[in-house]
Design a protein around this ligand. Sequence first.
Ligand SMILES: [Zn+2]
Length: 249
Amino acid sequence: MLTSKGSHPELYGWQVVLRNPPQLIICEGEFDRLVLKSQGFSVVTSTSGAGTFREEWATALSSIQKIYICFDLDEAGQNGALRIGRMIPHSKIITLPEAVGKGGDVSDFFVRLERKKEDFLSLMKEAQTVPPQSPDALPVISYPPSKPKTVLKNRVQEIKDRFPIVHIARKYIRLRQSGDRFVGQCPFHNDRTPSLVIYSSSNTFHCFGCRKHGDMISFLMEIEGLGFVQALNLFDNLTCLLMIFSLLF
Ligand SMILES: [Zn+2]
């Protein structure tokens, strides 16, 4: 992962780039990345929207043979895709179908519309390159902060609010508290020193050994080998169980 301190954007999925996959998708946001990953795609995302995609990332990604960009079906998404498309000249832009709705995204495509991997592969076949133009000529787009949340995003947020990641991770690994962080041996690689850090404040984890990171949903997906939707369903089941227990006791 290429990171910088403070509120600067990060590239999520950097370990995928290091494996030099034959093809890579750049998508708009962590939910979309998880959904595409669960469909078996190599995928990265920037944490702060398309307008913040950095030149050095484009340079690093340029060695990958096939690059696809798939952003939200709205003006900001399309402009952001064009901007990256010009930074990586051989990349192709995937256009989502109108059925996802205005502002619709990859998660809408797979989860709400229940489209399959083959449907997305068809979209990839139709993807188009962008005519070259200097990226400097294009304005950096700042995303409106009040973009309406989809039902799926609300559902994910409810899970994040309800289940602290440390409670989930403790079921699998021994954790030692250090301030508002928890440290333990990473279950995702052969970890001899405790390299996994859980951040209570952001409800996320990061391994300084294998560089895996994410939230409690991606933790559960990774450790149990689940898809994104399966993990969400598991959390929903847990929520139901907790409600039953709270009624009984
Ligand atoms: Zn690790």
